[in-house]
Design a binder for this molecule. Structure first.
Ligand SMILES: CCCCCCCCCC(=O)SCCNC(=O)CCNC(=O)[C@H](O)C(C)(C)COP(=O)(O)OP(=O)(O)OC[C@H]1O[C@@H](n2cnc3c(N)ncnc32)[C@H](O)[C@@H]1OP(=O)(O)O
Length: 221
């Protein structure tokens, strides 16, 4: 029989203890960027060529764990453009996404939030990567549940893009099961070329669809 999930009596000396922690930083650990935009942040601007509200955004890369169709165990998340700089998305929790029996893994739910938040950058024609992402888990999410995600960009400050998202269960107006705040950092396309593994970069460069998608973001007039 597998390991029991039943509650066990606490072993002697196993109570959780706490100690003061230091917020000290070093060159290896720069200070965290606040998830609250600074006072001089500006409102995000929807690119004039952003897809109309309701348009499916499609995958930015077939092998993306979040939105790609080529990975059988991926999230296969489908995002749609919303009004302003907002998107909606749906993600169905599959058996391969479990953490506890019959329940979604928290990291997988965070990935769904990350992918949805990342899609916002399409609407600004900006290339950006996740710098900081904080998730609150409010309700357990069972396998087969459709998570209805809503994300919006709230502010931009230099290369920092501030956004938040919620994921609801039981329908698009259902209770919030997860929510997140994030800061994305705008990068050049070279970020991927310089840092990605050679095999995948070369394969992506040979795929005309991939090149077309990357080019669409190279210029953000
Ligand atoms: C073609 C489309 C592709 C779309 C892909 C979407 C994929 C889905 C989203 C993801 O999962 S992305 C993958 C996970 N993220 C990463 O792998 C990022 C890893 N981190 C890095 O590569 C670098 O740390 C990073 C590019 C984010 C920043 O390095 P830089 O050297 O360019 O930043 P710099 O030090 O110049 O800082 C610029 C500003 O950003 C801030 N910053 C830098 N790193 C940060 C961070 N990690 N979190 C928050 N803020 C950060 C920094 O404080 C500063 O703020 P100020 O302008 O106010 O001074």
């Amino acid at each position: 029989m597998g390991p029991s999930l039943a509650r066990r009596a606490r072993l002697p000396g196993t109570a959780v203890r706490s100690a003061a922690v230091s917020a000290a930083t070093s060159p290896e650990t720069p200070p965290e960027t606040s998830l609250v935009p600074p006072d001089d942040a500006v409102a995000p601007v929807r690119h004039p060529e952003a897809p109309a509200p309701g348009t499916p955004l499609g995958a930015h890369y077939d092998h993306c764990f979040g939105c790609g169709q080529a990975l059988p165990h991926g999230l296969h998340l489908q995002a749609h453009a919303g009004e302003g700089v907002s998107v909606t998305a749906e993600f169905t929790v599959k058996p391969q996404h479990q953490g506890a029996p019959g329940l979604a893994h928290g990291g997988v739910l965070t990935s769904a939030l990350d992918e949805t938040l990342g899609s916002l950058n399409w609407l600004m024609h900006s290339i950006a990567v996740t710098g900081r992402l904080e998730t609150d888990f409010l309700l357990p999410v069972p396998v087969d549940t459709v998570l209805h995600l809503d994300a919006r960009c709230t502010a931009v400050h230099g290369r920092k893009i501030y956004s938040d998202a919620v994921g609801r269960i039981g329908g698009p107006k259902g209770p919030i099961a997860v929510r997140a705040k994030a800061v994305f950092i705008e990068v050049k396309v070279e970020h991927f070329i310089d840092n990605g593994r050679k095999e995948e970069i070369e394969a992506a460069m040979e795929d005309p669809d991939q090149v077309r998608r990357a080019r669409a973001f190279e210029v953000n007039p």
